[in-house]
Design a protein around this ligand. Structure first.
Ligand code: NAD
Length: 515
């Protein structure tokens, strides 16, 4: 644990104001109606009050976004739409440090991770710009002479984006940059824990729109809690709802969108595991595991939560991991300090979830090998800093099968590779997975259809830290959605199949004769 004093809340509030001003937000939306607050987990205190939206104001915002879609944006050529994300990417480069500042203040991410998150936004802007000239449809041979058969992709309309606190800018940008290039307009409801970061992003995107002559209402921001999100969920004009957050949130949201025949893209909780086999490079496995498990204070959807280790190497691996965790203990604290590796948990609820998971793990036969204690309580009574924990479990019990959004790494052992894969897949979630092995056959078995059942399957690299080039998302309780790179753009468009008769005759398909 670090002894350096934590920054004062007032200082953080001033830093946040400065960053927002630099992004182009002259004035914060001060509360006149529904009141919310901006807060920092670094001290656990409120920064300043903010105006929140209401279901009525959300309705008005969706109306404006829909008008803009219908009147201009859907018919703007895609490469021209690409110019908006090109300019946005330029502004992000210019204001990378400002947005990273807001991410650190609101989420408590250490500087390099906050900067890394903004870098992901820059990367997706580049990807989306290229995509604006590649929204390919296929042409296939028609069975009828003098006919052409092809597919065209069209935008959907208003895309609602509901985002989680832990990736307050990257996940929104994956959705928004791709959705905009595809010709949709976007209404964003960020986490109630990260309104400032959202205001900074929105201000930059508004500037980009102005600079390239795009309508300001291609993107609208609504602030508030689940109730405000609910208004987006229930609005029939929101053609696609992309929701990132807990599985519990997805379970509430998905049936409501389905009931109105809307589309849903769900990015929900994970319970990610790495299998470590006897042939693995144990130094590599230990390093990969420690970053994946303790980075971002265990608050990534792809955080490593289960280590499934062959019984012949478990003691050697655990020794390395516990040793690294011992070093981490000295590097918990103020995320602004260069040497800090573990910042705060986002809020009290995360700490109480961690406490009760550790108690349950012990009751289920687990042994805490390192960590778990709260730190810096005297320096900041309202903030929640914790030592990342490693817990050896006798088997995959109930607590191991659930996602606790905090830095707890459960260690399990196996004898046969089949058993490892069975254990790996025997959880409700299916986001990210890894195998550490030097045995090619084992690596291939993990990647095969009967191997890992996750959306992300890695070899000799941890579960976290995806790149934007691939499609991101997971199976089972993780919700099945895919975002970001590859062909994830298709979720933001509708497909039209076109048959064109240029032959002058009217042959019917399948040889049918009529008149
Ligand atoms: P959360 O579910 O508490 O909230 C997420 C968002 O949903 C917030 O904006 C919240 O206001 C909104 N919301 C909650 N209930 C709602 C409802 N009934 N209707 C409409 N909106 C509602 O999640 P969190 O604590 O912010 O984030 C952590 C969770 O998100 C973890 O489970 C993590 O694994 C998951 N996550 C998943 C991914 C992914 O890509 N799979 C990425 C980041 C986070």
């Amino acid at each position: 644990m670090q002894t350096a004093a934590l920054p004062e809340t007032e200082v953080l509030a001033q830093r946040a104001r400065t960053a927002l001003e630099r992004c182009g937000l002259a004035r914060l939306p001060e509360p006149v109606g529904a009141a919310g607050t901006a807060r920092t987990p670094i001290t656990g205190q409120n920064l300043f009050p903010l105006e929140h939206d209401t279901p009525e104001s959300v309705g008005r915002v969706v109306g404006t976004a829909q008008d803009t879609f219908a009147s201009t944006w859907r018919d703007t050529p895609a490469p021209e739409r690409g110019q908006l994300v090109r300019r946005f990417g330029e502004l992000l480069r210019e204001h990378k440090a400002d947005l990273a500042e807001l991410v650190t203040i609101e989420v408590g991410k250490i500087r390099s991770e906050a900067l890394g998150e903004v870098q992901e936004m820059i990367d997706i802007c580049e990807f989306a710009l290229g995509l604006s000239r590649q929204l390919y449809g296929r042409t296939m041979p028609s069975e009828r002479p003098g006919h052409r058969l092809m597919e065209t992709w069209h935008p959907l309309g208003v895309v609602g984006v509901i985002s989680a606190f832990n990736f307050p800018v990257a996940v929104w940008s994956w959705n928004t940059c791709v959705a905009l290039v595809c010709g949709n307009t976007v209404v964003w409801k960020p986490s109630e824990l990260t309104p400032l970061t959202a205001l900074g992003c929105h201000a930059l995107l508004q500037r980009a729109a102005e600079d390239v002559g795009a309508p300001a209402d291609v993107h609208r921001l609504v602030l508030g809690d689940a109730q405000v999100g609910q208004a987006l969920v229930e609005d029939e004009r929101v053609e696609l709802l992309s929701a990132t957050g807990s599985t519990a949130m997805g379970r509430t949201v998905a049936p409501k969108v389905a009931a109105r025949m809307g589309r849903c893209l769900l990015e929900l909780g994970g319970n990610n595991a790495a299998v470590v086999t006897p042939s693995a490079d144990l130094d590599l496995a230990a390093r990969g595991s420690v970053f994946a498990a303790a980075g971002t204070a265990g608050q990534r959807c792809t955080t490593l939560r289960r280590l499934i280790v062959h019984e012949d190497v478990v003691d050697q691996l655990v020794e390395r991991v516990v040793d690294a965790y011992g070093q981490l203990r000295e590097r918990i604290g103020d995320p602004y300090q260069e040497e800090t590796l573990v910042g705060p948990l986002v809020a009290e609820r995360a700490h109480s979830a961690m406490r009760s998971a550790l108690e349950q793990a012990e009751a289920e036969g687990g042994r805490i090998l390192v960590g778990g204690a709260r730190c810096l309580e005297k320096e900041a009574a309202d903030a929640y800093y914790v030592e990342p924990a490693v817990v050896r479990m006798p088997e995959q019990t109930d607590v191991v099968r659930q996602e606790t959004f905090a830095p707890i790494l459960y260690v399990l052992t196996y004898r046969t590779f089949d058993e490892a894969v069975r254990l790996h897949n025997d959880v409700p979630q299916g986001l990210s997975s890894a195998v550490f092995t030097q045995d090619q056959a084992e690596a291939e078995r993990f990647l095969a259809a009967s191997g890992s059942d996750c959306g992300i399957v890695n070899v000799n690299i941890g579960t976290s830290g995806a790149e934007i080039g691939g499609a991101f998302g997971g199976e089972k309780d993780t919700g099945g959605g895919r975002e970001s790179g590859s062909d994830a753009w298709r979720s933001y468009m509708r497909r039209a199949t076109n048959t064109v008769n240029y032959g002058g005759e009217l042959p019917l398909a399948q040889g049918v004769r009529f008149l």
